[in-house]
Design a protein around this ligand. Structure first.
Ligand code: FAD
Length: 282
């Protein structure tokens, strides 16, 4: 059964490569992943706008290839005029979806930069461009690391929907209960828009563990321990991790998740295998 039959929203995320070699590789990756018939591809935006031109470049290249491409965007240190021009530029090349974020402070900036919350970016795009764009925002089933409380974080998510967001994509997680509990709490706050789980396939455990600590995503102890068992045996680790993430996705879809958003890390595998294992594509 394809994802169209099941009406499951499928999307793949890339980061903008810095080198020409990386650009070429990404082109091959998206050509392969496009065969899985995703609803869209998204491209991240470096903290504080640090990858502005690279992100724009990848989005432009994908539009020229006829692919549905959604840039991630945050104000960073930009003024409204720059932001308007950027969004208008995207509109002019046929982009109709944006992932609207506050973003993180670029490292080394201290507290020098005034961060613009994502709800303000959503409101800005709605005010200037009406309903042209589908706006996705970020959500955190295990709660944003800076949030003062669970309830407050859910309320701020509600604020992003009140400002005009259409859907949310979550930070990755490996405990499905955290996602379903979060959905319940969002429902109590009056959020009824789709909240798509973000899925991080596991390839490099050391990097993932370091990154997870920083972004507030939890790798359950039993998974850490199992992954430790495979240290030095990449093939077994990949096989175990692919099955593990496939099972996570199955649980999510069986219990009503409206789609899956894969953090591909610019790799075809294991995202492709997981999507095929799930029967979302042929
Ligand atoms: P916000 O929703 O603005 O929230 C930030 C924090 O402030 C939260 O703790 C929240 O509780 C609080 N808050 C929210 N609104 C208000 C308000 N109005 N007043 C006071 N407090 C408030 N980062 C990048 O740099 N580039 C990317 O491309 C990128 N893509 C991402 C994609 C996804 C799907 C996800 C889940 C995250 C992504 N991130 C990216 C990381 C994200 O930028 C960071 O987690 C960032 O710290 C928060 O961004 P946000 O849009 O969730 O912020």
């Amino acid at each position: 059964m394809s994802n169209e039959d099941k009406d499951i929203n499928l999307s793949f995320e890339f980061f903008p490569p810095k080198t020409e070699q990386g650009q070429e590789k990404l082109k091959a990756v998206r050509t392969q992943l496009n065969k899985l018939n995703p609803d869209f591809f998204s491209v991240t935006y470096g903290a504080g706008g640090s990858t502005r031109d690279n992100t724009k470049g990848v989005i432009k290249a994908m539009r020229e290839e006829g692919l549905p491409a959604a840039p991630h965007l945050s104000f960073g240190g930009d003024h409204e005029e720059t932001m308007y021009e950027m969004v208008d530029g995207y509109k002019s090349i046929g982009v109709d979806r944006i992932v609207a974020l506050r973003g993180d402070m670029p490292s080394g900036m201290g507290a020098a930069m005034q961060m613009v919350y994502a709800n303000e970016l959503v409101a800005f795009i709605r005010e200037k461009f009406g309903n042209h764009f589908h706006l996705s925002v970020a959500a955190y089933p295990e709660i944003h690391p800076e949030a003062r409380s669970y309830r407050e974080d859910v309320r701020y998510l509600k604020g992003k929907f009140d400002a005009g967001a259409n859907s949310a994509i979550t930070q990755y997680f490996y405990n499905p209960d955290a996602y379903f509990y979060f959905l319940e709490e969002c429902g109590k706050e009056g959020i009824d828009a789709p909240i798509i789980p973000g899925i991080m396939p596991i390839t490099n455990y050391q990097n993932l563990a370091r990154f997870s600590d920083a972004c507030g995503a939890e790798i359950p102890r039993w998974i850490r321990k199992r992954l430790d068992d495979f240290s030095g045996n990449n093939e077994s680790l990949t096989s175990f991790a692919t099955d593990l993430v496939t099972e996570l996705c199955e649980t999510l879809l069986e219990n009503g998740a409206p789609g899956l958003h894969f953090y591909t890390m610019n790799q075809i595998e294991p995202t492709r295998s997981i999507v095929l294992n799930l029967g979302l594509s042929e």
